[in-house]
Design a binder for this molecule. Structure first.
Ligand code: HMG
Length: 391
């Protein structure tokens, strides 16, 4: 029985900061961003948005289309958790009005978490094919101001309904797996921004591509020339091209440089203007690919997930014939295009803002335009609210 992605929807932040603004402010050649790392803009959250409001906004259209009845599990993957104990998924469960008879849990392994969630969801559906699992990847990528990582920041949430006989994508086995204990990127509990050893992280990512591909072959996976497109985790979009060139060489794929470029390019179109969204990044890449290529019915895709620290997985998936009727291309484009431009000063002010930790009552300014907002804090508790008129 095929199992996989039955529906997919994403949400991102209220604001967009163009890299041209960053380049002007820091006196950096814009080509470093546009060509060097392959980024044009990044999503920035309004003061009343966070991973919960984005996650609920991403999942709402799925619940609107399919109802809540068959969803008995919510798996929320994030590495920018808002609480050390309570799953952000429980807030989302409440905002979406999901039934009490649901299990909800949060998963973490840097950017890899959503792929773990997808695979665990597939296993649950294999056991009980009448049930569906709501998988949500939601993250805000934040680095210190004026650090090399700053230009790769971004934010987004992707929600996926995992079901038997899916309408969009059949997830295949085997998977190729790779884990290595490495400090390439991490965020200790006392920090709100990530620490990273940039060059080490790129090398670690490329080693993980090799390791996961090698295991995929040993487990009996497809030959590399069977795939019609390659979807990689995208901390910045140039990384996907680097990874694909590296894999092609390692796996002796005889494509020309132009073919290698074309196999990845459509997957980068949303990430290029949203920035890194950690757990959501690979699945934004998938959304971009499906929204921009019309020739994928019945064809196999390669998916590579990487989470620093590090865990990686390479797996194949087949695009379901007729899937285009089930895509949300107009909604996806609108999530990107309706963002409000923010200037450098506004972005910096938001970056420097932290939520009060004194336990008193604090109301946040009404700023974002998404369907849900973080109303404020009271007694160390976050209070969320659905807007009366959804945008
Ligand atoms: P940097 O020091 O700002 O940039 O760091 P650079 O000097 O290395 O330049 C970047 C590229 O731009 C280079 O190209 C330059 O040649 C080029 P490359 O040699 O790599 O092909 N360049 C130019 N090109 C055209 N015109 C110009 C120009 N100037 C320079 N004028 C770095 C870049 C990525 C290290 C930094 O942004 C960083 O630390 N980012 C965060 C870490 C990261 O994204 N790592 C990626 C792998 S780890 C990962 O994917 C996991 C992650 O998502 C987290 C998780 O798992 O949770 C991060």
């Amino acid at each position: 029985m095929p199992i996989g992605i039955h529906d997919l929807s994403f949400a991102t932040g209220h604001y967009v900061l163009e890299h041209a603004e960053l380049a002007r402010a820091y006196g950096v050649d814009i080509d470093k961003f546009h060509l060097g790392i392959g980024q044009e803009a990044m999503s920035v959250l309004a003061a009343d948005e966070d991973i919960v409001t984005m996650a609920a906004a991403a999942a709402q259209p799925i619940v609107d289309r399919h109802g809540t009845g068959d969803i008995r599990t919510v798996l929320l993957a994030t590495e920018t958790a808002v609480d050390q104990a309570k799953s952000a998924g429980v807030y989302v469960h409440s905002l979406l009005g999901l039934p009490a008879a649901t299990r909800v849990v949060e998963l973490k392994q840097a950017c890899y978490g959503a792929t773990a969630a997808l695979q665990f969801a597939a296993a649950l559906v294999a056991r009980e094919p009448s049930q569906r699992v709501l998988v949500i990847a939601t993250d805000v990528a934040r680095y210190d101001l004026e650090s090399p990582g700053e230009s790769t920041q971004g934010a987004a949430a992707v929600a996926m309904l995992v079901a038997a006989d899916p309408a969009i994508l059949r997830v295949e086995s085997p998977s190729g797996l790779f884990t290595a204990d490495i400090m390439d990127f991490w965020r200790p509990n006392y920090r709100s921004t990530a620490l990273v050893d940039g060059r080490t992280s790129i090398t670690a990512y490329l080693q993980a591509v090799e390791g996961a591909w090698k295991d995929y072959g040993e487990q009996g996976g497809r030959a590399i020339d069977e795939f019609s497109a390659f979807c990689y985790h995208q901390p910045f979009t140039k990384m996907a091209h680097k990874a694909h060139r590296h894999l092609a060489e390692f796996a002796s794929l005889a494509d020309t440089p132009n073919e290698l470029h074309t196999a990845v390019l459509p997957t980068t179109l949303y990430n290029r203007v949203i920035g890194n969204s950690y757990t959501a990044s690979l699945y934004l890449g998938l959304a971009a690919l499906l929204d921009h290529r019309t020739d994928l019915d019945g064809r196999p895709l390669a998916m590579f997930s990487y989470g620093s620290g590090s865990v990686a997985e390479f797996f194949g998936a087949t695009v379901v014939p007729g899937h285009r009727e089930h895509l949300r291309t107009a909604g996806n484009r609108s999530a990107v295009n309706r963002r409000t431009p923010i200037d450098f000063a506004g972005y910096r002010a938001l970056h420097e803002q932290t939520l009060p930790t004194d336990g008193r009552d604090h109301e946040l300014p009404v700023e974002g335009s998404g369907p849900f907002r973080l109303l404020g804090l009271s007694g160390h508790k976050r209070i969320y609210q659905a807007r009366a008129h959804r945008s």
